[in-house]
Every structure is written in structure tokens, then in C-alpha cells.
Design a protein around this ligand. Structure first.
Ligand SMILES: [Zn+2]
Length: 370
């Protein structure tokens, strides 16, 4: 894992380098935040790299998800992340911090697929332990498509990367930063709650923004199924700092239908946030993942590579002709390959082009889209 990164415990105030859980009280730890500075040329969570506190090691284009109005609610559609859920934000940071050649993870919906895709992109061999009684088969099939992921049935043997990993939470908190950039006066943010780790990360993001004097922290509302049991120490700790809104199963399913009318295809668990946000003035509902996963083909089998290098070359902010990019990459690829990568990046919305006059000629130049 990354060297020199400090952790803090929100519950007991511990500060130190031991993790992934608080050595004093067992609570999930937070990576000590850096400073808030937005690198606007980056169309992904790494625009907040100084605040995340971990250097960028890998990106598949996670973050900067759209905000859309459905009824009276502003909906943040995390289903638009590369593998279809907010987990991609966390996985990008975990994989960036990961320096070993192998990793293991126990299957959790959204989490294992996301982490598998990112570790694979970082060239880390990943073993996913799957309990056949508790697996989403659509996700299992996606996992099996990943080149460096192997699936083993049965309980994990040895240490696994955990859903509450501090690096994971450091990526997820960027949801709060994005809401701040787009809706700096949001009064309430509604998130679905299971174990409460997503909510903890979003809470932390807003806590930091408030500490930096950028915005007063909005009210955090945890949407949970009516009658679902209280889920552990994180939810318990948060319930002193956030409101809990209970949603009937039927309401959640109705919310799925309403969101679908707005072009957002959510799972019932995600749709609860929307159901709970209705009628609350100036609220943002976080839809955590899609129920209709359409993974971009660029996730398989090899990400990074040329397209990643082209993005890096454009990251300086200067519009460049294909030949200039080719030069900048040391002529290691064919010019034709550069054109193909640019076409794919334009199709994915990361890159755009315009024409400029240079030396009396009209030249096509490419640039990163915000
Ligand atoms: Zn603690």
C-alpha cells in the first residue's frame, strides 16, 4: 500500500499509520485529506488528487457523474461510472495505492467487479472468493471476463481487501466534492444505507469541505428499508450526525419506475435515496448504481495502454494535433494507432477536436473535455 499516508479515526480521534481499521476502536479509518484544489483538465475523480491524498495510479474515467432533475429531486447518477456503480471511485484509489502483484477480495455486489476491473487495469492479479449462495450471476459473468481476475468458490483464505478500506473511502468521498462543484448550496444529500460506509465517506467529504470553509455541510439523510435491522457501528455512529428516513419496499419499487421515466435505471436499494428525497427542498439524491449494467468495452481486456497515454499527453491542457501526440509519446506507436485511440476517446466523450490555423494550414487538434 502507499507509503507515508496517515489515517484518522472519526470516532475516537486516533491519528497514525496503522490500518485498515482503527487500532484503538475498530472503526473504519479515513485517509488524512490533503488540500482542496481542482485540476479542471481531468475528467475523473483525479481532478481532486491533492485532496484525495493518494497519487493517481490508474483511472478508467470514474466520477464526474451527471446530475439530473427527476420530479423535484436532483439525482446524481452513479450508475454512469465505468463498471456501473459508485464503487469505481473507491476502486480507482485502492488500485492506485496498491503496489503488490497480487490481491484477494471477497465477493460483494458492485464492489468485487469494480475492484477486479481496476486492479486488472493496474496489472494486479486478483482472486475473487465467491460464496455460491450469495452471488449475483450477471456480475460473476462480468468478473470472469476480466483478464487478470480468477474466481474461487468458498470462503476467503488469507487477507482480503475490505469494502471499508480507507483508500476506498478516500475515493468515494469525491461524490461530496462533485456535489459541491455543481450544487454548492445543496441543503440535503440523501444516500441509501446498508453498512453505512458510502454514507460515512460522503459525510467525510462534506466535513472536509466545511472545515476548508468552502460550504456549510448539507444535512445527510440515510435512506433505509423500513424494518431493516440497524446495521452495525458505522450506521450507529452516523445516526447521531445524520437523519434516517425509512422507505417502504413498495415505495422503492415505484421510485425505480419513476427514475426509469427520467432515463435512470436504478436498483431498488439505490432508488430508496430518490424515494426519501422527494418533497425535501433543495435535495440531491445519490443513486449508487445501475440495475442495467452496460460496461464500456474499453474495460476489457486491457485498459491503460495507448489510450491512457494519449489522455496523459493531453492532460497538459494544450490542444494537440495527432502528429504532436505521436511525437510526445516518443513515436513508440504508429500514427494510425494514435488516430484510432483518439477516435475511441472521442466516442467515449473524454476528448473532442477543433480546427485551428497553423502555418497557413487548417489543422485538426484534439483536447480533453471538461
Ligand atoms: Zn478509533
Amino acid at each position: 500500500m502507499a507509503q507515508g499516508v496517515g489515517f484518522i479515526c472519526l470516532r475516537c480521534g486516533y491519528r497514525g499509520r496503522e490500518g485498515p481499521r482503527c487500532p484503538r476502536c475498530g472503526f473504519p479509518l479515513i485517509v488524512e485529506p490533503g488540500r482542496f484544489k481542482v485540476i479542471k483538465t481531468r475528467p475523473n475523480i483525479w481532478r481532486y488528487e491533492p485532496a484525495i491524498g493518494v497519487p493517481q495510479g490508474v483511472t478508467l474515467g470514474e466520477g464526474l457523474t451527471p446530475l439530473k432533475r427527476v420530479g423535484d429531486v436532483l439525482v446524481k447518477d452513479e450508475g454512469r461510472n465505468p463498471t456501473g456503480s459508485y464503487a469505481d471511485r473507491g476502486s480507482a484509489v485502492v488500485a492506485s495505492a496498491y503496489s503488490e502483484g497480487e490481491a484477494a477480495v471477497a465477493f460483494e455486489p458492485d464492489f468485487a467487479l469494480s475492484l477486479g476491473a481496476y486492479l486488472s487495469a493496474k496489472r494486479v492479479r486478483t482472486k475473487v472468493y465467491v460464496d455460491p449462495e450469495y452471488v449475483d450471476y450477471a456480475e460473476l459473468l462480468e468478473l470472469l471476463r476480466l483478464r487478470l481476475v480468477s474466481v474461487e468458490f468458498g470462503p476467503p483464505r488469507g487477507a482480503t481487501l475490505q469494502y471499508g478500506d480507507p483508500y476506498f473511502l478516500a475515493g468515494v468521498k469525491t461524490i461530496a466534492y462533485e456535489i459541491y462543484e455543481r450544487v454548492p448550496r445543496a441543503d440535503a444529500v440523501v444516500v441509501p444505507v446498508g453498512k453505512g460506509l458510502l454514507a460515512l465517506a460522503v459525510y467525510e467529504g462534506f466535513r472536509e469541505l466545511e472545515e476548508w470553509g468552502l460550504m456549510p455541510a448539507p444535512k445527510i439523510i440515510l435512506a433505509k428499508h423500513r424494518g431493516a435491522p440497524a446495521a452495525g457501528d458505522v450506521v450507529e455512529w452516523l445516526s447521531g450526525r445524520a437523519a434516517v428516513e425509512e422507505v417502504e419496499a413498495e415505495e422503492a419499487v415505484r421510485a425505480v419506475a419513476e427514475l426509469a421515466g427520467g432515463g435512470i435505471y436504478a436498483k431498488p436499494l439505490s432508488a430508496m435515496a430518490y424515494a426519501a428525497a422527494r418533497g425535501i427542498p433543495n435535495a440531491v439524491a445519490v443513486i449508487t448504481g445501475t440495475g442495467l449494467r452496460k460496461i464500456k468495452p474499453r474495460i476489457y481486456p486491457s485498459v491503460g495502454g495507448l489510450r491512457q497515454e494519449v489522455l496523459e499527453a493531453l492532460r497538459g491542457g494544450r490542444a494537440m494535433a495527432a502528429a504532436q501526440i505521436w511525437e510526445a509519446l516518443g513515436r513508440r506507436y504508429s500514427l494510425r494507432g494514435i488516430y484510432k485511440a483518439l477516435a475511441a476517446l472521442e466516442a467515449s466523450g473524454a476528448v473532442s477536436h477543433k480546427y485551428v490555423m497553423a502555418g497557413g494550414r487548417r489543422v485538426k487538434v484534439f483536447f480533453l473535455k471538461e
